[in-house]
Write a protein that binds this ligand. Structure first.
Ligand code: PEP
Length: 276
C-alpha cells in the first residue's frame, strides 16, 4: 500500500514524510576517481572490475568517473560491460572564450552519462557557490547529461545544528532551475567531514538526512521524488556498504577512494545488489 503523509513544520520545506513502497526504480554505485589514474592504471582497474563482475544486475547500475583526458579511453574500456561513464565537472558555459573549460555537450559527445556537480572539494577548493552549481546543473541537463548533485554539511555546521538549513540552501538554489516534471538528476548526500576521512556518517545520521532529502524531493514533485536516486557518499567501503545499503532511502553510493580498488568497488556493488 502506497502511503504519503506530509506535515509542514515551517513555511519552507522542513517537513516530515512517510512513504511506503519501493521508491526508486534503480540503485547506483558511482565511482569518483578524483585526480588519479593513468592509461595503465585505468586499464588495470576496469579489467579487474569486469573480471569480477562480468554481468551487471539490471536493478543496480555502475558508473566510473575518470579525469577528463581519460574519458575516451575509459569509454572504450567499458564498452559492452553495462558500466556507465561519469565526469567530475563541467562548465556552466556552452562554448566560447573560456580557456580550460569543458562543456556538457563535449562530455556527451564522448559518451558521458553522469556528471558530478557541487562536490564539496570543488565548493571548498575552487570556491564554487550555490549559484554557479545551479547553473552547472542546468547546463548538464541541457546537454542531455544526468547531474549527480552533491550536498552536505561540514563538521562545524553539523555541530552547530545547521545541517537542515545548509541542505535546504544548497537544494533551493538548484531546484529553482530544475523542471522536476521532466528533468532527471541523481542526488548525493556527502557530509564533508566524512569524505576521504575513513569515518562515514552513522546509519542514524544517514537515515535522517536521506529521509529529509526524500521529503524535499517529493514536496517538489511527487513522481520526481519517487524516481530520483539518493546516494550516500563519504568513506563508504566494502566493510560498511552492507550496513549503509539497507538504510531506507539509500539508493546507492558515490564512492571516492574505494572506487580505485576493484575488490572494494565490487563489494559495494554486491551490497547494493543484495539490498535491491
Ligand atoms: C567522494 O569524494 O565523493 C567520496 C565519497 O570520497 P570517499 O569515498 O573517499 O570518502
Amino acid at each position: 500500500m502506497f502511503q504519503v503523509q506530509i506535515v509542514f513544520v515551517t513555511q519552507s520545506l522542513i517537513c516530515h514524510l512517510t512513504v511506503g513502497g519501493n521508491m526508486t526504480a534503480k540503485k547506483w554505485v558511482i565511482g569518483n576517481w578524483k585526480l588519479q589514474g593513468s592509461l595503465a592504471s585505468n586499464r588495470g582497474l576496469i579489467e579487474c572490475i569486469r573480471a569480477r563482475l562480468p554481468v551487471l544486475d539490471e536493478r543496480v547500475g555502475m558508473a566510473v568517473s575518470p579525469v577528463f583526458p581519460y574519458l575516451p579511453q575509459v569509454a572504450d574500456l567499458i564498452k559492452g560491460s553495462g558500466i556507465d561513464l561519469g565526469a567530475q565537472n563541467l562548465s556552466e558555459q556552452v562554448k566560447g572564450a573560456y580557456t580550460g573549460e569543458v562543456a556538457g555537450t563535449m562530455l556527451k559527445d564522448v559518451g558521458v552519462k553522469f556528471v558530478i556537480v557541487g562536490h564539496s572539494e570543488r565548493r571548498a577548493y575552487q570556491g564554487e557557490d550555490d549559484e554557479l552549481i545551479a547553473r552547472k546543473v542546468r547546463s548538464a541537463l541541457d546537454a542531455g547529461l544526468v547531474p549527480v548533485l552533491c550536498v552536505g554539511e561540514t563538521r562545524d555546521e553539523r555541530e552547530a545544528g545547521e545541517t537542515w538549513a545548509i541542505l535546504l540552501r544548497q537544494l533551493n538554489a538548484v531546484f529553482d532551475l530544475i523542471d522536476s516534471s521532466k528533468d532527471d538528476i541523481v542526488l548525493a548526500y556527502e557530509p564533508r567531514w566524512a569524505i576521504g576521512t575513513g569515518v562515514s556518517a552513522t546509519p542514524e545520521m544517514i537515515a535522517d538526512v536521506h529521509g529529509f532529502l526524500r521529503t524535499y524531493l517529493v514536496a517538489r514533485h511527487v513522481e520526481f521524488g519517487a524516481r530520483t536516486p539518493i546516494l550516500y557518499g563519504g568513506s563508504m567501503n566494502g566493510a560498511n556498504a552492507a550496513t549503509i545499503a539497507i538504510i531506507p532511502d539509500v539508493d546507492g553510493g558515490l564512492i571516492g577512494s574505494a572506487a580505485l580498488k576493484a575488490d572494494e568497488f565490487v563489494s559495494i556493488y554486491d551490497a547494493l545488489r543484495a539490498a535491491a
